[in-house]
Design a protein around this ligand. Sequence first.
Ligand SMILES: Cc1ncc(COP(=O)(O)O)c(C=O)c1O
Length: 488
Amino acid sequence: MLSELLLIGIQGLRQQSTIPLHRQLYDVLKRAIADGRLAPGERLPSSRTLSKDLKFSRNTVIASLNQLIVEGYLCSRTGSGTYVNESLPSHSCVKQKIAHTQCRPSLSKRGEKLATTFLATDHEVQPFPPGVADFSAFPIALWQRLQNKHWRMTYPAMLDYNASGGHAPLRRAVADYLRIFRSVQLDVDQVIITNGSQQSLQLCAKLLADPGDTVWIEDPAYWGAIKSFMANDLTLYPIKVDADGIAPTEEDQTHQPRLIYTTPSHQYPTGSVMTMARRQALLQMADRHDAFIIEDDYDSEFRFTGHPLSSLSGLDRNGRVLYMGSFSKVLYPGLKLGYLIVPKSLVQSFKLVHYDLNRPGQLPVQAALAEFIELGHFTSALRKARASHCLRRQCLLELLEPCLKLGAIISGAEQGLHLCLHLPPHMNDKQLTEKIAQKNILVRPLSAYCVARTDIKGLIIGYGYAPLSGVHEFGPILVQVIVDELKK
Ligand SMILES: Cc1ncc(COP(=O)(O)O)c(C=O)c1O
């Protein structure tokens, strides 16, 4: 009986979650005690039986039980077994106690919002998370050699904080790359090396907007940008995205923005590409409202078909666009290096504030990265990653064909590391995602990225993380669940 009850809770447990199994089992048992599903005095099956029924190792079961014994939820009677502690207070008190230990009593209102909304999901060990590249292919040995070399050559100034916006050779390498591949017009001086997109966004929000100022965000939107703006008390104003990118209406334009956040080359998450007409219109709107545009060019390195449009920043003549990029996709996310290209008139203030708030450093790592780029390893890593992601993408597209015959539509597959499978709007994409998760596959519901709108449903499916063999293995399982749902 007990094992049956637990099995229900345990269906939600993931062998592949980053939370250890003993911790997950502990949580299920603790909840069952709080709910009263496990009554005081009730005897638990032996650890051997539990381990057999639940198909967990005995050590896992024992670790969970021991923790609950230590905390007083269970007690062990020698020779007789493990019981729910009879002297526990009433269930409602236990519930309260658990709620109390889990809540965050001292958070600010802002903190509470940040901790409970637009949360990123674990992605580490499941196929198809959007926006994640396969960093297992990163040339670690080569990287290590370069790092060692630069550490050997390091002189004291390289160990200090850095006030100039980053190591000069890296800024030069970034400027050269952006000029050639993204048509960004810039001087090296305008490049600021940050520790990734979140830091770039935080700098823009802090330096260009005051609390309460309005920021236009795409709807649906990237959770990371939403979070950064929320953390700076900006007012989020969602603007619908269509097949041509962000589409501000006349009514929208009465909500004067201070900042406009956009992902024009591959809208996150729908993948639509902003047309040239929209780009020109958006630049004019920024001028009219005296606003700044933050162009997040997060995955333009991965273009598979058609010609990329040049960046919005490349069209900017009035210093309205701040352009941001990251090394997370081509190299690896834990590197924590990105860049922000700032209009000339803002460079000094951005560098000063970046220095004061973030105390940037890590110059030896930046030096190794500069050489990695200069020697052509970045281009070569990119070429390899592009070729391998192209195969995975092709395989996924072929597998998804049965879904298209049943009315689903794909957008955004020309670029990046994910695509959007649009579903009929009556479908519940969150429930579908949960069904898919039961097969140990992670995709995300489109509606989870929506800020205000409720008219679009779909699945955001990444093809960057799983190797080709993984796409072959898990793709058909994913497609079967979607097809079954589309047929209902
Ligand atoms: C829209 C968008 N912007 C930026 C990033 C990169 O963020 P970071 O530099 O923090 O890795 C991502 C990563 O998935 C993204 O999806």
